[in-house]
Design a protein around this ligand. Sequence first.
Ligand SMILES: *[C@@H]1O[C@H](CO)[C@@H](O)[C@H](O)[C@H]1NC(C)=O
Length: 285
Amino acid sequence: MKFIYYAAFLCSLATLTSSAEMVVTVTQKCYPELPTTSKTTSTSSSSSSSASSTKSSSSSMTSSSSASKTSSTSATSSPTNVIDTKCGGEFFDFSTINKIEPFVAEACKQNMVFTNGQLELALKPGCSPTLSYPSRFKTGRIDVLMRAANGSGAVTALSMYGDNKDEVDIELVGKTPINFQSMYFPKGVPIKGLELYHESSPSSNLQETFHTYSIERTNDAFNWFMDGNLVRSLPSTDPNFPTTANHFKFGVWDGSASSSWAGVVDYNAGPIVMAIKSIKIQPYC
Ligand SMILES: *[C@@H]1O[C@H](CO)[C@@H](O)[C@H](O)[C@H]1NC(C)=O
């Protein structure tokens, strides 16, 4: 399993680079349909989520994005801790949790540290911290409040993998601090042009600021969100729809092999750290 996972990942990267430079501007097919999880809170929802911990500062760090976004979703720039436990929802606040479980450390557990009120994953030579969530999704949504790893070559990734190598990704590459990439790989095959890039609003350095990144699977679509705002939707009617992608994995990798895309890691430049404040897992019933 682990081997297949890494093989698929590396293959994707390699083919991406060789298939051409990742210079991308594509008009996105964006469906306005937006099945947000209940956001009944006011725009100061950070106060409600502060119940989750003392780290309401994380909300203030990202709440600037609320100013220019649609009011329906701007209220929550960080995941709320409101979960539907009936459906198996879980909220992990890493300022109060200091164990990996139930996530599975798939690689480089020694570089997963709980500190500064967050889970920090440090990329080191030959050691790319990778975690997975044990349950598979039929439909549901994951929200991750995080800061991308800094430094050229680092690849910060949130991914859904399927048994037939279908893959849905959010990836941030060290070389480009101001945007993230939404991508999917039908049966593991990288298809040029499927990747789209998204910036925060207002634009910010994603290696210095915390944002909530979300992947949602509904019966009808895969949806990508940033700070609660839908940035991309892929309808299930798409012939390349990654139907089996249902296993959530995340971590930080060395993307130096795809240097034109990610840049090259310089391990002497200082610590390369991905920081996660919280993860919300919400399967839909
Ligand atoms: C990443 O950021 C940390 C903290 O600001 C800094 O110490 C480190 O040198 C940076 N790493 C790289 C590779 O730039």
